[in-house]
Design a protein around this ligand. Structure first.
Ligand SMILES: NC(=O)c1ccc[n+]([C@@H]2O[C@H](COP(=O)([O-])OP(=O)(O)OC[C@H]3O[C@@H](n4cnc5c(N)ncnc54)[C@H](O)[C@@H]3O)[C@@H](O)[C@H]2O)c1
Ligand SMILES: [Zn+2]
Length: 354
C-alpha cells in the first residue's frame, strides 16, 4: 500500500491500493484507535448502487454504526439545498461532534460532503473515499470543499482537510470512459506544469500500464503545492493552468462541455498563446495536443475573443483589474504571470486558432 502524508495545518494520510475498500476498518482504526465513532456516508445514487453496500458491510463488520444519505448524481446537486438536506439527515441520525462523515464518490460528493463536514456543528471529521480518477488525483487532495450557487460554481466553500483519504483504484473499473478522461486532463496538467516525466507517460499513451503510479505521482505533486500554499494565496494558482481559459469556454458552452474537456482546450490555448508571446518554445502546444489526443480529449473550441476575455475577467481568481495566468515556460515548468485586463486580449488572441 502506498501512503502519502499531507502536511497541511491538520495533517492526514492518503492511502492508495487496489482492494482497499475491503480493509476500511483497519485503516479507520489507525485514525481512531481509542474510540468508535459513528459514520454517516454521503454518496450519489450511481456510486450508491456500486459501492455503498461494500463500504457499509466492511464498517459494520468492524463494529461501527453506519447511516447513509444518497442524493442524485451530477453537478446540479452540488448546491445549498442538498447541503441543507444533509444537515437535517445528520441531526435526525444524531451525528455528533465526535462522529465522522464519509464522502463516497467523485468530486461532487467530496466537495459537498466536505462542506457539510466543515460547517455541521462548526466542523466534524470527514473521510474521503474518491471513486473517480479526478477525485483521486485532484479534488480529494488539499481540503477545498464547497458548493455552487446560481451566480457561479464553487462560490461558497471552506478549507477543511479530511482526516483520511482512501483511494481504491479498483473502483475506476466501473467509471465511464468520458468521466475517466475528464480526470486525465488534470493529470496532463500536473505533468505539463510540474513533471516532464509524468507528462511523458501520458504523452506515450502508457496510462493504462502505469495508472496507479500516475495516481500517486499526481497526489504527490498536488501535496507539494498545497503544503506550501494551503489557502490558495500564491503558488497554488499554478493548478489553475488551463483553467482560466477552460472555465471561460465551459461557461460559453453553457456547461455542455465537461470540466476536463474545458481544461484540455484551455491548456492548448494557453500553450499556443505562450508560444506566440515567446514565453514557451515552439512545438510545446503540439506535444500537448498529441498527448490529449491519446485520450480523445478535445483541443479547440470556437469562441469569440471578446467573450473569452470577458469570461476570464469574471473568474473568481481575479484581483482588481489584474488576473494571474499560469503560463508554461516549457513542459514541466510553469510561471505565474499577472496581466492587466486591457492586455489580456492581445495575449489570449495568440491562443486562438485562426
Ligand atoms: N475540491 C477541489 O479541490 C476540486 C478540484 C477539482 C474539481 N473539483 C470538483 O469536482 C467535481 C467534479 O468531480 P468528478 O469529475 O469526480 O464528478 P462527479 O462527482 O460528478 O462524478 C462524475 C460521475 O461519475 C459517477 N461516478 C463516480 N464514481 C464512479 C464509479 N467508480 N463508477 C461509475 N460511476 C462513477 C458519478 O455518479 C457522476 O455521475 C466538480 O464539482 C468540481 O468543481 C473540486
Ligand atoms: Zn480542474
Amino acid at each position: 500500500m502506498k501512503t502519502i502524508e499531507i502536511n497541511t495545518g491538520r495533517p492526514y494520510m492518503i492511502k492508495v491500493e487496489e482492494g482497499l475498500l475491503d480493509h476500511l476498518p483497519q485503516l479507520i482504526y489507525e485514525v481512531y484507535a481509542k474510540r468508535k465513532p459513528s459514520f454517516a456516508i454521503i454518496t450519489d445514487d450511481t456510486v450508491d448502487m456500486l459501492y455503498s453496500a461494500k463500504v457499509m458491510c466492511a464498517l459494520r463488520d468492524g463494529g461501527y454504526q453506519v447511516c447513509k444519505f444518497v442524493f442524485p448524481h451530477g453537478e446540479a446537486s452540488k448546491n445549498l439545498s442538498v447541503v441543507h438536506d444533509v444537515y437535517s439527515f445528520l441531526c435526525e441520525h444524531q451525528i455528533t461532534r465526535t462522529d465522522v462523515i464519509i464522502a463516497l464518490g467523485g468530486g461532487v460528493v467530496g466537495d459537498l460532503a466536505g462542506f457539510a463536514a466543515a460547517t455541521y456543528l462548526r466542523g466534524i471529521d470527514f473521510i474521503q473515499i474518491p471513486t473517480t480518477f479526478l477525485a483521486m488525483i485532484d479534488s480529494s487532495v488539499g481540503g477545498k470543499t464547497g458548493v455552487d450557487i446560481p451566480q457561479g460554481k464553487n462560490l461558497i466553500g471552506a478549507f477543511w482537510q479530511p482526516v483520511l483519504v482512501v483511494c481504491d483504484p479498483l473502483t475506476l473499473t466501473t467509471l465511464p470512459a468520458e468521466t475517466y478522461a475528464d480526470g486525465i486532463a488534470e493529470a496532463v496538467k500536473y505533468g505539463a506544469i510540474l513533471d516532464e516525466k509524468l507528462f511523458g507517460i501520458l504523452e506515450n499513451n502508457r496510462l493504462e500500464q502505469y495508472q496507479d503510479h500516475v495516481i500517486c505521482r499526481c497526489i504527490e505533486l498536488k501535496k507539494q503545492v498545497v503544503e506550501q500554499d494551503e489557502r490558495d494565496q500564491g503558488q497554488r494558482q499554478c493548478l489553475n493552468f488551463g483553467h482560466t481559459f477552460g472555465h471561460a469556454i465551459e461557461k460559453y458552452s453553457n456547461f455542455s462541455l465537461s470540466h476536463g474537456k474545458g481544461v484540455a482546450i484551455g491548456m492548448v490555448m494557453m500553450a499556443k498563446a505562450c508560444e506566440n508571446a515567446g514565453i514557451t518554445p515552439a512545438g510545446t502546444s503540439v506535444r500537448l495536443i498529441r498527448c490529449l489526443n491519446n485520450y480523445h480529449l478535445p483541443c479547440t473550441y470556437p469562441i469569440p475573443l471578446d467573450i473569452l476575455c470577458e469570461n476570464c475577467m469574471g473568474d473568481k481568481k481575479r484581483a482588481g483589474s489584474k488576473i494571474t495566468l499560469c503560463v508554461l515556460k516549457r513542459i514541466g515548468e510553469y510561471a505565474l504571470y499577472p496581466i492587466e485586463a486591457e492586455n489580456l486580449s492581445s495575449f489570449a488572441g495568440g491562443g486562438l486558432y485562426e
